[in-house]
Design a protein around this ligand. Structure first.
Ligand code: KIV
Length: 275
């Protein structure tokens, strides 16, 4: 029997119940070892399609496939025990019809064992969210700056600069919540718009570049750890992993070049058979 104690996973209703309560702590995760480190601290781990840019070196999230999301989703599920794991639906896997969205979401859930899926939810997506939610798929919406729309939008641009755009984001929020999403990620909007949306919907809002007016925050883990030279302006860095890794690897290289690494005689004490 395993000595590991069983830990109860956070569920979609648990997250839903945190509206206006203790802020939700959320981060992205793409692999098992990092999920293991993040899990005790987080309410929600998102296997974001940002994996395409952060891990696979793509310029945008457009080239991310369903198979990639499933592979990373499985790894994060293996590495975590407590946090709710939500897996992003990649570009092209849900926009065509509610049926397409359901079939691909069901595949993600059954193959990874995750607790929820996330979709970028323009108002057009409301029908698909309702179709999935009615068929027992817990859905997180994603409004405001929608990275999968970056090509059509002409880049990764904050949303809500004009009255019309502001209204569009509010409409997206209402449509997403009314369709049955249990939480909504709001990306790249001004604080007063995030505040208005958070008051307008009865599900928790999770901000990324959307201020503390939201019911929680999500960041790309590698951004907050300082893995990259450039990070979005709204990201607070809690470490400088690029510099620290560079220094550690330089030290390692120096030691190998000067043969200052342990010989196997120091590591293993092997008994000779004839000795
Ligand atoms: O793909 C992702 O990581 C996301 C978060 C930035 C919210 O959608």
């Amino acid at each position: 029997m395993s000595a590991q104690t069983q830990v109860r996973r956070i569920t979609a209703p648990d997250i839903r119940a945190r509206k206006s309560g203790e802020p939700l702590v959320c981060l992205t995760a793409y692999d098992a070892p990092m999920a293991r480190i993040l899990d005790p601290h987080c309410d929600l781990l998102l296997v974001g399609d940002s994996v395409g840019m952060v891990v696979h070196g793509l310029d945008s999230t457009i080239g991310v496939t369903l198979d990639m999301m499933i592979m990373h989703g499985k790894a994060v599920m293996r590495g975590s025990r407590r946090a709710l794991v939500a897996v992003d639906m990649p570009f092209g896997s849900y926009e065509a019809s509610p049926q397409q969205a359901f079939e691909n979401a069901a595949r993600i859930m059954s193959e990874t064992g995750c607790q929820a899926i996330k979709i970028e939810s323009g108002t057009y997506a409301a029908e698909s969210i309702a179709f999935m939610a009615e068929r027992s798929i817990p859905v997180v919406g994603h409004i405001g700056l929608r990275p999968q729309a970056a090509l059509a939008d002409g880049g990764f641009k904050a949303k809500g600069r004009t009255d019309a755009e502001r209204q569009r984001v509010i409409d997206e929020a209402r449509a997403t919540a009314d369709a049955g999403a249990f939480a909504i990620v709001i990306e790249g909007v001004a604080e007063n718009l995030a505040e208005e949306i958070t008051q307008a919907v009865d599900v928790p809002t999770i901000g990324i570049g959307a201020s503390s007016a939201c019911d929680g925050q999500i960041l790309v883990t590698q951004d907050m750890l300082g893995v990259f030279e450039w990070t979005p302006k709204f990201v607070k860095r809690y470490d400088n992993m690029a510099e620290r890794t560079d220094a550690a690897v330089a030290r390692y290289a120096e030691e190998v070049r000067s043969r200052a690494f342990p010989s196997s005689a120091e590591v293993y004490t092997l008994k000779r058979k004839d000795g």
